[in-house]
Design a protein around this ligand. Structure first.
Ligand code: DGL
Length: 270
């Protein structure tokens, strides 16, 4: 009965928090590949290999269903994993689709033709690798027409958040928002397309101003997982115990995670 949550580092904890709050009885095994974070500056092959290794570890821990709580892995590796690698009795799901369904006002699994939606100018903030993949624009084009997306690769932001340097992170948010606004002065919506960024939601909101609606993934992914498990109760997996696994130094990562989420989190070596 355990579901796996994978991220390159600490960012997936923003998804973990919402899933745990919505489904407190569901055992969750979190895997952070802190030894190899950040993924956002790696190439697609590298991200694919690392993501497969981490997800294998979650399968070993009794998870039949794994959420890639990492946009970078969802963008660079998920499709290839689903086509060539995921065993038939397992599932690996990403974090893009619930977000794009919310942005395009669709309910789960509505695969009807792309149509016009209210929002026309969208700012996407994500890692350099997610931006380069254009995966967000591709998924959006399956569902909506006439939406102009301006993407800002937020170099440095994940590194600052992984080490808990919130002053640097805030300065980076301001400069990335300024850079985006020079190209798109009046976005109607902003997507926080990296699971680390909800930690800086207030800084993004302040820099973007009150007229911009901000979409972030935690609650949307949690709701979509709840729907999925209701439709596929067999995918809850065999594992019964929750836990936090890391490829980094467990003591250091536990301290960083506790600061990151403001609740005590104890990691073990993966
Ligand atoms: N938090 C991840 C994401 O959603 C990964 C960031 C990184 O490792 O660069 O993209």
């Amino acid at each position: 009965m355990a579901v796996g949550i994978f991220d390159s580092g600490l960012g997936g904890l923003t998804v973990y928090r919402e899933v745990h709050d919505l489904l407190p009885d569901l055992p969750l095994v979190y895997f952070g590949d802190n030894a190899h974070a950040p993924y956002g500056v790696r190439d697609a092959d590298d991200i694919y290999e690392l993501t497969c290794q981490g997800v294998s570890r979650l399968f070993e821990a009794g998870c039949d269903l794994v959420i890639l709580a990492c946009n970078t892995a969802s963008a660079a590796a998920l499709r290839r994993m689903q086509e060539n690698w995921v065993p038939p009795d397992k599932r690996v799901l990403g974090v893009f689709v619930p977000l794009i369904e919310a942005l395009t006002e669709r309910t789960w699994g509505d695969n009807s033709a792309p149509r016009e939606v209210d929002v026309k100018h969208v700012a996407l903030f994500a890692t350099p690798s997610t931006v380069a993949s254009r995966a967000f624009q591709r998924e959006l084009s399956f569902r909506a027409i006439g939406v102009d997306v301006e993407a800002q690769p937020c170099g440095g932001l994940v590194d600052a958040l992984e080490v808990g340097d919130l002053i640097l992170a805030e300065a980076l948010v301001r400069s990335h928002v300024d850079a985006l606004k020079r190209r798109m002065p009046h976005p109607e919506a902003a997507v926080l397309g990296c699971t680390h960024y909800p930690l800086m939601a207030e800084a993004f909101a302040a820099a973007l101003g009150p007229d911009v609606r901000i979409f972030s993934q935690g609650k949307l992914v949690a709701k979509s997982l709840d729907d999925y498990l209701m439709r596929h109760p067999d995918m809850r997996g065999k594992g019964q115990t929750s836990g936090f696994l890391t490829t980094g130094n467990p003591r250091v990562v536990s301290d960083q995670a506790t600061r990151f989420l403001h609740r005590e989190i104890v990691f073990q070596a993966a």
